[in-house]
Design a protein. Structure first.
Lengths: 467, 698
């Protein structure tokens, strides 16, 4: 039986049938974030809306998009919820909400309020908080790439690391099955048809053996949808400790995903070296991804996540550099050793010069140094997203300008939201710079944009935890 | 919404300006509509639960909610209920049969919000297609869910009903703000407590179960002939219509035939009963219910399929030809008598076969571990199979396969899941719950013993029932056979009538319906596929008895073991053919099914039968392959496959219609295939005839 909390979140945010009938639209992640924040400010829990007078409970709530009528109609979908949930749980699916201990913590810290309010899932939910190596790549790819993906999976398994992937045909599936067939573990974050995948012959035995968890934030019977697939990519990166793109086109899901990750600085992302002229791998490296050896034997998993990110970050001259000066994880305490590497920010874990066209030997040395300093696997679990908490206590001299900006927001815009003019006054920034950073902070769910008048409110960690 | 406003609706519905709410009616409406609560109402039949849900529906519709869904084993709302609903402007309909012609139209009405109240069966609710096409599109707006006969969702209810199990799982997921009304007229404390435990936050409203006009009696008459005679002598003495409850479909037919032969206007009623004048079984069943309701029938001989929800205020009597399995079931059934009249009667007859039948019911209530494991192992490494494919892969009867599938699919979480027409294994580890099965089986044994105690008790019968149902208001009724200290109806039966009944039982032959549709890919040699063409089909046949039954069946069983069928059976069969059956065109010769294990048994019998009938006996069929016994083939595919290429027919067989004789018929495939082979050569009709049927009904 679901808790009233889960029921309330489902009622407000989930679709209950494939073809959404004429009914009202469930709240989007963003809308839910907004509404949940307000509820929290009123000391209300979502489940409180399931009893007593809704009009009374929601007194004072006013939002153009999220009207009282919409909330009421969503909450009155009880029978639809029961029919759908009975069907899904009969098939062995479960639901985790942000309030559940098994909800992936990395998603909350990295995405803030943009993390989905709930996931449908099947299999061993404990795997959701164990991190792992994200393996992504094209659906259509060569036999050689598939073999590489499979070996990647089995090698990760050998080192006790989970493979985090999207369960799509091609690279995703090969890497996951590679890990599972080697008795390793895998986390699949699906964009469509979770229900069917959970009963498929290929995954069933691994689910039964507790080696696999499949989750999806979407309706478990939803068909393929490019938008959902793109959104899902975020979660693959954010749930992992480091990502490997085996093969990318020059556009499409993998390409966009890698770029987004570079932009957002979630995890170190590595792109396999390839001779395929149609591949976008090399271009991604130019944009800030790191080059991974095509020789699977030479890949050192423990180093992928390590502090490698420090070396390549923040130095590129591309359009993203401005927005991600946000830098080392402060609690690492090795800032001095890990000075940002100059120049290209392209490097190879293997240190073999032939694998990288523009390899910087200094950064390789640097990287090796890190590996020897920090060889235990726990390095993988160190979440770059812990920044939100740690930033407040960090030494100002060690943090980026953007993070400094966040600090100001945290101290000034927590109690009461601030207008753009007030923030200009406070920060003494140029308006364009301020707007750029506000936008970035909003995207990362550090702040909430309020309307009429436009104001910005800092989202505190405590609120996130509560929700 | 206030009580006064609601009461005006009641007056409108009942067309009675003076009508007032009965105890609890307004409280129930208020809890559902104003407080959006979950409610279990335990009230006797006739208390007026339909007023509660119709008025609640009207109020919720006026507030802008979607339709009310009523889950009920009833096939349709009673006409007077629909009329009451219409007076409130409520459009109430039933959707029940998958193939019903009106379904498309009704679906359209439901989807376009022209329906206020939709009645469906639990089976319908569990039907994937119905859920997808009708229920899901409106589910987001459903205003109220009503569960009729809510005691069925308890494990402790008197029967294991898989579709109620599914319903329970749905109810368990209903959020706190979704109003649900459960109703039952029969539930003891344990059942009520179990429902509350299972559903959590549900309020119980309970009224007295008293049935003041009902006079009870128990009478033990061990043999069927005496009980048939008792019914025939008692029913005509009563004014008004009633129900005779039996345990099996076969008994329903037999008792009905007997009563009709005694000049009593009777009909049989059971799930799946069909009649050529009606499109499907539901339509026919509704017709039978209507006949009884309007007193256009003296007696309906019914299995427990008639019961729940059936509400006829002036039912004069409810007799039980065989004892039901529990007090709850008995009260449920006998409680239909005499709600609105001054005097009504409930007599429980019991006999020797009751124990055997209930033992069989208990043993077959759950699938065996072997069957479960076999099925799961078959699905294990696949992406799913359809039922026909499973029949091919598993040598289990279709009924057994469906039973295992149903049983497993209502577990939650379940080890199997239906995806379109395929069944797939889910990622849910599964172990048959032996403890639970043992517990439920033991419970049913206890319940059966309680029935025995009821039959033997010397105290007030009504008080016994009410105590067993935890009715706090229970006291001696003063009108049952025990309170009066003399039987209401004589327990002795007229000798000559008993003899007639005994003869009748011996003439209770069965009609054999030949099979038509062969299993795909089962006859590579004979080349049969799809529906057998009419010119190759067997004609309807006759079977003298049911294996080991009280008529000839016992003798057939004994003689088969001894290797010789006595002349009495030859005579009985000849009599059946020439006096009662009289097939036309008349058969001109006799042949029989050959056997390699018992080469003489059937030919000997068939030869003597042919002599008796004055026809030539020509054993033209030979068995050319020693196949495995047909009785070990458990479903159509295996039954067909096992016969392919097994027989050959002599050249130059006689022309004209023929009697095809066998001893025991099970699936009927052997005679169906032989008929086709015979007709390929001669073209004359083939009439199957056998001594006994061992068919299990699926």
């Amino acid at each position: 039986m679901l808790t009233a909390h889960t029921q309330a979140v489902l009622l407000l945010t989930a679709y209950f049938s494939k073809a959404s009938s004429t009914g009202v639209k469930p709240l989007s992640n963003k809308e839910w974030g907004r509404f949940a924040l307000w509820l929290n400010s009123k000391k209300l829990k979502p489940e409180d809306l399931l009893s007593g007078s809704l009009v009374q409970s929601l007194d004072g709530w006013s939002d153009d998009k999220i009207t009282l009528e919409r909330i009421e109609a969503l909450l009155n979908r009880g029978s639809a919820l029961a029919l759908a949930v009975e069907k899904w749980s009969r098939a062995g699916l479960w639901i985790v909400t942000r309030a559940d201990a098994d909800y992936p913590r990395k998603l909350k810290t990295r995405l803030g309020n943009m993390a989905p309010p709930l996931f449908f899932g099947c299999g061993n939910r404990k795997l959701l908080n164990q991190g792992g190596i994200a393996a992504v790549g094209s659906r259509k790819t060569s036999e050689a790439e598939l073999l590489y993906s499979k070996q990647l999976g089995s090698k990760a398994a050998g080192e006790g690391l989970s493979i985090v992937s999207g369960g799509a045909k091609g690279v995703d599936e090969a890497a996951m099955l590679g890990a599972l067939d080697a008795e390793g573990t895998a986390v699949g974050i699906l964009a469509n048809e979770l229900l069917r995948a959970s009963t498929s012959g290929k995954y069933r035995k691994h689910l039964l053996a507790n080696n696999l968890v499949l989750i999806s934030p979407f309706h478990p019977e939803a068909g393929f949808n490019a938008g959902n697939a793109m959104q899902r990519n975020k979660y693959i990166y954010c749930l992992s400790d480091a990502a490997i793109a085996v093969h990318s086109g020059t556009k499409g899901g993998t390409w966009e995903g890698v770029l987004e990750n570079i932009r957002q600085q979630w995890v170190p992302v590595w792109v396999k070296q390839t001779d395929d002229p149609g591949a976008g791998n090399a271009a991604l490296v130019e944009k800030g991804a790191k080059l991974l050896s095509a020789d699977i034997e030479a890949v050192d998993f423990k180093a992928l996540a390590g502090d490698a990110s420090l070396v390549s970050n923040g130095v590129g001259s591309d359009m993203f550099s401005q927005s991600h000066v946000m830098e080392p994880t402060p609690e690492v305490g090795k800032a001095e050793e890990n000075l940002p590497a100059p120049a290209l920010g392209v490097e190879s874990v293997t240190g073999q010069s032939k694998t990288g066209p523009s390899l910087d030997s200094q950064s390789v040395e640097q990287e090796r140094g890190n590996i020897t300093d920090d060889t235990d696997a726990s390095g993988l679990d160190r979440s770059t997203g812990d920044r939100v908490d740690s930033v407040a206590t960090a030494d100002v001299s060690q943090i980026s300008l953007y993070e400094h900006f966040l600090l100001i927001l945290a101290s000034e815009a927590t109690q009461s939201p601030k207008t753009v003019d007030e923030l200009l006054e406070l920060t003494q920034l140029y308006k364009t710079q301020l707007n750029a950073w506000l936008k970035q902070a909003e995207e990362q769910s550090k702040i909430e944009k309020l309307k009429r008048p436009v104001r910005y409110q800092w989202i505190t960690t405590t609120q996130e935890e509560l929700l | 919404m206030s009580k006064q406003d609601a009461e005006r609706l009641l007056q409108q519905a009942l067309r009675s300006p003076a009508a007032q709410f009965r105890d609890g009616q307004w409280e129930a409406i208020d809890a559902l509509v104003n407080q959006r609560k979950k409610l279990l109402v335990v009230q006797r039949t006739g208390w007026g639960k339909s007023s509660v849900y119709f008025i609640a529906t009207r109020l919720l519709r006026d507030k802008g909610f979607g339709p009310t869904i009523i889950i009920s084993p009833l096939l349709a709302l009673m006409r007077n209920q629909i009329e009451a609903a219409e007076r409130l402007g409520i459009r109430a309909i039933t959707m029940n049969s998958t193939n019903s012609k009106q379904n498309a139209e009704l679906t359209r009405k439901v989807l376009s919000d022209q329906i206020d109240c939709l009645l469906i069966s639990p089976e319908r609710l569990a039907n994937e297609r119905f859920a997808e096409e009708v229920l899901e599109p409106i589910a987001e707006r459903i205003g109220l869910l009503v569960v009729d006969e809510a005691h069925c969702i308890s494990d402790w209810g008197h029967d294991f009903r898989p579709d109620y199990r599914r319903l329970l799982n749905i109810l368990r997921q209903m959020p706190p703000n979704m109003p649900v009304l459960g109703t039952t007229a029969t539930a003891n404390d344990r059942v009520i407590q179990d429902v509350v435990d299972q559903l959590g936050d549900i309020e119980v409203m309970r009224g007295p179960l008293v049935r003041e006009s009902l006079a009870l009696q128990t009478t033990t008459l061990p043999d069927q002939a005496s009980r048939l005679a008792w019914l025939a002598q008692t029913i005509p003495t009563l004014n008004g219509a009633g129900i005779v409850y039996v345990l099996t479909k076969r008994d329903a037919e037999q008792v009905k035939e007997w009563l009709v032969s005694q000049g009593i206007d009777a009909q049989a009623y059971y799930s799946g009963i069909e009649d050529e004048n009606f499109n499907d079984t539901n339509e026919y069943r509704e017709h039978l219910e209507d006949l009884l309701l309007n007193n256009r029938l003296k007696v309906l001989v019914a299995t427990p399929a008639l019961g729940m929800g059936y509400d006829k205020p002036d039912l004069t009597y409810v007799f039980h030809y065989q004892a039901p399995g529990s007090i709850v079931a008995y009260y449920q059934q006998v409680g239909r008598a005499g709600r609105g009249i001054d005097q009504s009667f409930g007599v429980l007859l019991s006999g020797t076969e009751d124990e055997q039948i209930h033992d069989f019911f208990r043993r077959s209530a759950f699938p065996s571990e072997k069957q479960v494991n076999l099925l799961l192992a078959t699905l294990e490494d696949s992406d799913g199979f359809s039922v026909p494919k499973l029949q091919e892969l598993l040598n289990l009867r279709q009924g057994q396969i469906e039973k295992v599938l149903k049983f497993l699919s209502v577990e939650s979480p379940a080890p199997i899941y239906k995806d379109g027409s395929n069944w797939v294994r889910t990622a849910v580890p599964y172990q048959l719950d032996h403890d639970k099965i043992a517990r439920l089986t033991a419970q049913r044994e206890v319940e059966w013993r309680e029935i025995g105690e009821y039959i033997d008790t010397e105290g007030c019968l009504m008080e016994y029932l009410r105590n067993a149902l935890d009715d706090p208001h229970s006291q001696p009724c003063g009108k049952c056979a025990n309170c009066l200290d003399e039987p209401i109806f004589p327990e002795s039966v007229d000798r000559t009538r008993v003899i007639t009944a005994a003869q009748f039982i011996k003439q209770s032959e069965l009609i054999f319906k030949p099979r038509i549709q062969v299993a795909a890919g089962a006859f590579p040699q004979y080349g049969f596929r799809g529906n057998l063409p009419p010119e190759l089909r067997a004609s309807e046949g006759r079977i003298l008895s049911r294996w080991a039954d009280a008529g000839w069946g016992g003798m057939v069983e004994e003689d088969k073991h001894n290797g010789f069928f006595r002349d009495e059976l030859v005579e009985a069969t000849a009599e059946m053919i020439s006096l009662r059956w009289r097939p036309t065109p008349e058969p001109l010769w006799v042949t029989c099914v050959p056997s390699l294990n018992h080469p003489d048994l059937v030919p000997h019998f068939a030869q003597r039968l042919a002599e008796k009938l004055g026809l030539p006996f020509c054993p033209v069929i030979t068995k050319v392959l020693d196949n495995r016994p047909q009785k070990f083939q458990n479903n159509r595919f295996h039954q067909c496959r096992n016969l392919d290429g097994v027989f050959s027919i002599e050249e130059g067989i006689p022309e004209g219609p023929v009697l095809l004789v066998d001893d025991v018929i099970d699936s009927g495939w052997t005679v169906t295939v032989l008929a086709a082979l015979l007709r390929q050569q001669s073209g004359g009709e083939v009439y199957p005839v056998a001594l006994a049927s061992s068919a299990t009904g699926d």
